[in-house]
Design a protein around this ligand. Structure first.
Ligand code: IPD
Ligand code: CA
Ligand code: CA
Length: 269
């Protein structure tokens, strides 16, 4: 693995330690899936344990660094300079249903700018990572976004809406409208971090989604950018970590996709 940055090293170590348990737990979910009890509680404890292992590893190396993690919330909140962003399992519903499409996602920011990101799919053993200025990688290989130039020929991914969404109908409408402009049906794989990793390595030409959380996408933003892609938000919000509505593409189809989304003008922020 060509990781020679201290921050990525910590992410890698933490991730590998947590992934061992997660892989074992995933095997267990496959058994529980067919039992009458179901895997619900078991999955939430797998989530919490994964998070605990990652937080411990980060704090061992950097005891005063800030952390924002999906389940644990904020740690060392007064540190505004260094912050780690964690999603212990991104793709929980997949995990819960024994579908091998989920990841651990860890980002690191300095002064509100994401510097490093790592997304690990433990089942496929695919490790995506990037550091500002040093390119993006999948395991040992440098990755680049696709070269697709037209939206019509592009493979796109999206996700949502959440059941609690207040703009559900608009999101469905947007999906229908964008679908009419692509040949291949849009994918909805249920793990935003892996969707972004897919843009970074050229499997997807673009991904967009509304109402995401920062931990879903923090690591993905730097990985897509370092792979030559373009990451954009539909929000009026200035603070990057509060933006929720994302468009990430190979750059070449960006304008076409964005124009289409803006044309429908469903933004409610
Ligand atoms: C979810 C996944 C999913 C996206 C949801 C997220 P979680 O994260 O990224 O793809 O559509 O908006 O909440 O709950 O599995 O960590
Ligand atoms: Ca998530
Ligand atoms: Ca999660």
């Amino acid at each position: 693995m060509r990781i020679n940055s201290p921050k990525l090293n910590i992410m890698y170590k933490a991730c590998m330690k947590a992934a061992k348990f997660l892989i074992r737990d995933f095997g267990e979910v496959e058994n529980l899936q067919v039992s009458s009890k179901g895997p619900g509680d078991f999955v939430s404890s797998a989530d919490t344990r994964t998070e605990k292992i990652i937080i411990e590893e980060i704090l061992r190396a950097y005891p005063d660094h800030g952390i924002l993690s999906e389940e644990a919330g904020n740690i060392n909140q007064k540190n505004k300079t260094n912050r780690w962003i964690i999603d212990p399992i991104d793709g929980t519903s997949n995990f819960l249903n024994a579908i091998p499409q989920f990841a651990i996602s860890i980002g690191y920011e300095e002064n509100n700018q994401i510097k490093n990101g790592l997304i690990y799919d433990p089942i496929k053993n695919e490790l995506f990572f990037a550091e500002t200025g040093n390119g993006a990688f999948l395991n040992n290989s440098r990755i680049r976004v696709s070269k697709k130039k037209n939206l019509r020929n592009s493979l796109l991914g999206t996700g949502g809406p959440r059941s609690s969404s207040k703009i559900k109908n608009d999101i469905f409408h947007e999906f229908v409208e964008i679908s009419k402009n692509v040949e291949t049906p849009i994918r909805k794989y249920g793990s935003a971090s892996l969707d972004m990793a897919s843009v970074a390595c050229g499997r997807f030409d673009g991904f967009w989604q509304r109402e995401l959380s920062y931990w879903d996408i923090a690591a993905g933003t730097i990985i897509v950018k370092e792979a030559g892609g373009f990451v954009d938000f539909l929000d009026k919000e200035v603070d990057e970590s509060k933006k929720r509505n994302l468009v990430a593409t190979n750059s070449l189809i960006h304008k076409e996709l964005l124009d289409l989304i803006n044309k429908k003008n469903i933004e409610k922020n």
